[in-house]
Design a protein around this ligand. Sequence first.
Ligand code: ADP
Ligand code: ADP
Length: 241
Amino acid sequence: MTLEAINVHHGYGNETVFEGVSLTVTPGEVVGIIGPSGVGKSTLLRLLALFDAPNQGSISYENEDVWQVSEQQRLEYRRQIGMVFQEASLFDASARRNAEYGLRVRQSWTDRLRHELSSLVGKTNGTGDAIEALDTVGLREKVDQDASSLSGGEAQRVAFARALAYEPDILLLDEPTSDLDPRNTAVIEDAVLEAKKRGIGVVIATHDMHQAERIADRVAVLLENDIIEVGDTETVFENPT
Ligand code: ADP
Ligand code: ADP
């Protein structure tokens, strides 16, 4: 599924953050948004996550303007999008429960009922995806460990696993490794490439150009008020504007 920002203008109050930004993400590609702090990377991701409507321009999903469809339809679109923030927000339960959380909210009540029934008869319940996702971020051994006893890097890996377990079409990552050491960063970067392999379209905001070079197929350079270049990662880095 293709998610697009088309000629988007946005700001807060009288403050303009950017004008005329366009960006597309298609299945199985990683798009990096790079630029210094404060230029609007988070703002753009929030628009792509359908949290906020842009002041001008449109956000489209499968070629539908997401702010022109019904609330119900928008919610359906919203469900195809996973997001990971700079800081993991986990609740006080095991890594597994945390990774399952996205699945639980997404499940329809019929699925939930089936889930309750299957656990009553002692069958395995639908936690396979969560465990597989925790495996992808190298935490298979820690599935039953309490979130509060995980390191910051491990907690962020659980947050990433939660987004993966949700099986989104699109994954939006807002500076997911800014607070992490190189080892944890490498795990997350590998997991991003795994998500890409599964056909997920990924958008990652980062102030780390090297990170974009390592994992992005295309990059958008966001500087004050505008995206100045969107292109193939190698081309953008070879011809700095
Ligand atoms: P980051 O730069 O790590 O993405 P944030 O997105 O949280 O951090 O914030 C970026 C800037 O936006 C900060 O200077 C913050 O003070 C400001 N900011 C965030 N939320 C608000 C808000 N609700 N009102 C005013 N300023 C905000
Ligand atoms: P980045 O992610 O690139 O650091 P942001 O999108 O967080 O940038 O912020 C872009 C600008 O918008 C900043 O000037 C910030 O202070 C402002 N801003 C962000 N969120 C809010 C908000 N909720 N209310 C008011 N201003 C905000």
